[in-house]
Design a protein around this ligand. Structure first.
Ligand code: ZN
Length: 219
């Protein structure tokens, strides 16, 4: 019988690292795939590699920097000043249009070559900062599209879809990796690992979640 294998779309951030350890619990063999998409903080890929090493999963990086060049956003373009608050209309300019569409499509082709049919991604609709490609409807729709595109039966798993940040910390704790996630991952839009810069939108979300979780734990 085929081994149950999963491929995690892995950035080395809090969410995808939690998903990596979630996948390790649910699948017999786990691989991680990271993307260079023109992000200003390309060192996140090196941190991702290090986490994958500690998790003892295979790790590969794919260069898809054309994604960052396609649409203007503050994560890939140094001349765009990053939004710290959500604007009245539209989403934060940290939104990289098409990112999850490309990542998951490429991951599916990559997985198919390796006879892997389970894809895992750390997107969450609960704290999705207004990013449309983190919503459940998009992931379900893409899952159908990928299956039709390649005549395959992929399952896209989204363990964090309905969790808020505090619940994501709780899951990391339950998986025994709270400290690793807190210390080794990079979520900060300013490229500072661990607890980060403290004021970018990603840091705020991460810290508020952690504080809420630790408080609930000590009650
Ligand atoms: Zn930050």
């Amino acid at each position: 019988m085929n081994k149950k294998r999963a491929l995690v779309v892995f950035s080395g951030g809090q969410d995808s690292t939690t998903c990596l350890f979630w996948a390790k619990r649910h699948f017999e063999e786990v691989s991680a795939l990271s993307f260079l998409y023109g992000q200003k903080h390309a060192k996140e890929v090196e941190l991702a590699r290090e986490i994958a090493r500690k998790a003892e999963v295979s790790f590969e990086v794919m260069d898809v920097s054309f994604i960052g060049a396609l649409g203007r956003n503050s994560l890939t373009d140094p001349s765009v000043r990053m939004d710290e608050e959500k604007p009245e209309e539209g989403c934060l300019n940290t939104f990289v249009p098409g990112r999850n569409l490309f990542f998951l499509s490429i991951a599916a082709v990559y997985a198919r070559e390796r006879d892997i049919h389970h894809l895992v991604t750390g997107v969450s609709q609960t704290d999705f900062s207004g990013y449309p490609d983190c919503r459940d409807a998009f992931i379900k729709s893409l899952n159908v599209t990928l299956n039709l595109a390649m005549d395959e039966q992929f399952s896209i798993h989204t363990p964090l879809m309905w969790l808020d940040k505090a619940e994501t910390w709780a899951l990391a704790d339950e998986l025994g990796v709270l400290e690793l996630v807190r210390r080794d991952t990079l979520t900060c839009y300013n490229g500072i690992p661990g607890d980060g810069c403290g004021h970018c939108p990603a840091c705020k979300l991460r810290r508020e979640g952690l504080e809420k979780y630790l408080k609930s734990k000590n009650l």
